[in-house]
Design a binder for this molecule. Structure first.
Ligand SMILES: [Zn+2]
Length: 469
């Protein structure tokens, strides 16, 4: 998709006209004569109405209350317009830019709403309608902002495609995608032989029942080679999670092809940082494996040794994400000299119980990192809430025969999961983001136009930008 700019309407499949709630046009419509349909249009945020001005096809777009206008509201309003246009199959659209003082924010909201919603994923035998190819913004000055928005949206769609895909060939797809992220990104694929040689016992334990070998992906972009700063992003890459011997019930397994969302998101962040040419050094690490059930499954009550030599007694084979992350975080701490580390993981149902589907929980002992993440969240409206890393709860991870168990009791399950990970960070500044809620919605909404949302890509990109200043 391309954004173009024009002072006036030219030719397109459909023209979009903005209206505030109450039906007041948000820009001068003249010489378009839309008087009648406009009179009946309420202009609530996300309302749309198709009408004709002679032969011209027009879509009225409700922006909501004028005094409450904000970037997120515009994203949502234009996502509804795009959804409607996709059902009609129009490829070239013109968007009349609203009269407003906050031109950059309005352009951001409108362009992000359109770019993030212009996405479809389907295994249906019937071909979907085409996507929108050109968006001409009428009445706004040309801006490079839309180029950046398109690059970031491409990163979001990269994640959605990987997450929405069948689980069966996800490891192969993730490897192939990591190998062609961007010409400036170097990817190394560590195979099972390497993991055995390095004694990454926790990744290997989780992998035992799978017919596919585990992989540790490392994708690096050095946008600021003279600086020592190095941000490491670690993403959980469970390409299918049955729960192992602690088998999940059917309903809980239905969305488990999405359990690699963290891996796809950290790869997308590195891809996007390179495409934007950010002056930052960043590496994505993604441990990939299925968590299957079979005669070779890792067993409850057995003890496995992590990369750092700490021993872990397994009391729940469905708490596998923290195991693969533990070895990956340890690898980063030992070999990559991170300035700080952030891991993203669809880690616990407990986090979804606490915060619902739309808010991710995060944990960090580092207030600066917390502040940077919350700032990024405010800019992107990818919602985050800081949860406590309450050290007292480490008692719930005590084991009689090993250094720790892998899962605490049912209550505070997202906190004990984070405390488990903290044991493998070597006191390097670190944050853990539990994206079990927002990575994969029970149904699409607004500009999250598929169940797989790509949550976290925009957040991480803003975080990487902020570290420049
Ligand atoms: Zn699990």
């Amino acid at each position: 998709m391309k954004f173009l700019f024009s002072a006036q309407f030219k030719a397109s499949d459909i023209k979009l006209f903005p209206l505030w709630e109450g039906g007041k046009p948000a820009a001068d419509f003249a010489p378009i004569s839309l008087a009648l349909p406009v009179r009946d249009f309420k202009g609530k945020e996300g309302d749309t109405s198709l009408c004709f001005d002679g032969e011209e096809r027009c879509l009225l777009v409700g922006l909501g209350k004028q005094d409450k206008a904000n970037v997120e509201g515009l994203r949502r309003a234009y996502s509804k317009a795009v959804q409607r246009i996709l059902t009609m199959g129009y490829k070239h659209i013109e968007v009349l830019f609203p009269d407003c003082k906050q031109k950059a924010e309005f352009l951001r909201g409108i362009a992000e709403g359109i770019a993030l919603s212009n996405y479809q994923f389907s295994y249906k035998s019937e071909k979907p309608n085409p996507l929108i190819e050109t968006v001409t913004i009428v009445g706004a000055s040309k801006s490079a902002l839309t180029d950046e928005i398109l690059i970031v949206a491409e990163g979001v769609h990269f994640v959605r495609n990987l997450v929405n895909s069948n689980a069966d060939d996800k490891i192969e797809k993730l490897i192939a995608s990591a190998e062609k992220l961007h010409p400036e990104v170097t990817t190394t694929v560590f195979d099972k032989k390497f993991l055995v040689k390095e004694k990454m016992g926790l990744i290997l334990a989780v992998n035992r029942a799978s017919s596919k070998e585990p992989v540790l992906l490392k994708s690096s972009y050095r946008g600021n080679p003279k600086a020592k700063d190095h941000i490491v992003l670690v993403g959980k890459g469970i390409t299918y999670d049955t729960g192992g011997l602690s088998l999940k019930p059917t309903d809980n397994m239905l969305s488990m092809k999405s359990d690699m969302s963290g891996a796809a998101t950290v790869l997308a962040a590195v891809k996007t940082a390179a495409a934007l040419g950010l002056k930052v050094n960043v590496t994505a690490l993604a441990p990939l494996t299925e968590n299957c059930i079979g005669s070779k499954s890792y067993k409850l009550g057995d003890v496995y040794t992590s990369y750092f030599g700490k021993t872990v007694e397994i009391n729940n084979t469905d708490a596998e994400g923290r195991l693969v992350l533990a070895d990956a975080l340890s690898y980063a701490a030992k070999h990559l000299k991170p300035t700080f580390m952030v891991d993203l993981a669809t880690l616990t149902g407990a986090c979804v119980i606490a915060l619902g589907e739309e808010i991710a929980g995060f944990f960090t002992p580092d207030d600066n990192l917390a502040e940077a993440l919350l700032h990024a969240s405010q800019l992107t409206d990818e919602l985050l809430w800081r949860l406590p890393l309450h050290d007292e709860y480490k008692k719930h991870l005590k084991s009689e025969i090993a250094d720790m168990v892998n899962a605490g009791p049912r209550w505070a399950g997202s906190i004990t999961a984070a405390l488990f990970l903290k044991e493998f960070t070597q006191d390097i500044p670190w944050a853990h983001i539990d994206i079990a809620g927002p990575a994969f919605l029970s149904k699409p909404q607004f500009y999250c136009s598929s169940s797989a949302t790509g949550y976290g890509v925009r957040l991480l990109v803003e975080l990487l930008k902020r570290k420049l200043s």
